[in-house]
Structure formats: C-alpha cells, structure tokens
Write a protein that binds this ligand. Structure first.
Ligand SMILES: [Zn+2]
Length: 168
C-alpha cells in the first residue's frame, strides 16, 4: 500500500532594474539554466523562481511548510546560492520522511525570455536536483498586468510524492 500526496508551489520574483552583469550572480537563472544578456531577477539566492516553485511544491506535498521558512532571506548562507542546491535539499528532506518524487510539473508565466530553446536543459537539471521527473512549460501573460509589463516573473508548480504507507 502506498500513500500519495500532492503539493503546490508558487514563486514570484521582480526583474532587476540594475543592468545584467552588475554582480556575478546577477545573471538570469531559470531551472538551473543561465540566460546571459537577459534582465536578471532580484532575490536573495540566484532568484531561480522555477527551482523555488518546484522546491515549494515538494515541501508542500511532504507537509514540510513553505520554502521561506526553510531558507529565510535573512540567512547569509543562502546569499547568491545555487537554487538547484536548495531544490535538492528540499527533495532530501522529503526523502528522509520516505517520500519519492513521482513527478512535478511547472508553468513559467512571463513575456521573456523565450524558454523553448532552454527547456530540455531545464528539465534535465531540475529532474536531477529533485530526484524525479520535472516537466517545464511556459505561458505568456499577454501583456496584462505586472507580469505583462515584465516587472517580474512567476512560476507555479505541482509535485506528486509517494511512499510506502506505515504498516504495509
Ligand atoms: Zn524565489
């Protein structure tokens, strides 16, 4: 007998007003893939909203709370951090409770950059960090609202975890 749990993850980051390249970690990173030349996102870590949303979904499915409580932005240990390491850490916390990632899916909501050319690599890197298959999709906000004005980028994710039920 196995038990399954789903989790939802949402993350939003503001695009930086500083020029790309102002600081070493100020390169746009999504799903562990760098997009040199694109406007970077602001954030305490590398601001990888895709890795954060998937990590948040895994924490949610495992009943472990939200990403911010595990990786507070007041903690210098995570300043400029590689968010794939954050994702791997969250997957590890779930694994300690016996959970295995069945799959995760995420949708990036943004006008830019276009993700099509990087999608396969994002899938590979996210899946390796999460320890299970992670799918990546993208949709454009059709120039509506704050995301449409490219003030920020949002990512939504779901994750399904499975483990052997106690006593089975
Ligand atoms: Zn984030």
């Amino acid at each position: 007998m196995t038990e399954q749990r789903i989790g939802l993850g949402v993350d939003v980051h503001r695009f930086s007003e500083a020029a790309a390249g102002d600081a070493p970690h100020r390169t746009l990173v999504l799903g562990g893939v760098a997009f040199p030349g694109e406007t970077p996102l602001e954030g305490h870590s590398d601001a990888d909203a895709v890795a954060h949303a998937v990590a948040d979904a895994i924490l949610g499915a495992a009943g472990l709370g939200d990403l911010g409580s595990h990786f507070p932005d007041t903690d210098d240990a995570w300043r400029g951090a590689d968010s794939l390491a954050i994702l791997a850490s969250c997957a590890g916390s779930a694994a300690e409770l016996g959970w295995r990632l069945v799959n995760a899916d995420c949708t990036v909501v943004t006008e830019r950059p276009r993700l099509a050319g990087a999608r396969a690599e994002m899938v590979d890197r996210l899946s390796a960090a999460a320890g299970g298959p992670v799918h990546v999709k993208a949709t454009r906000p059709e120039r509506l609202g704050t995301l449409g004005r490219v003030e920020g980028l949002a990512c939504l994710a779901v994750a399904l975890l499975e483990r052997e039920a106690a006593g089975s």
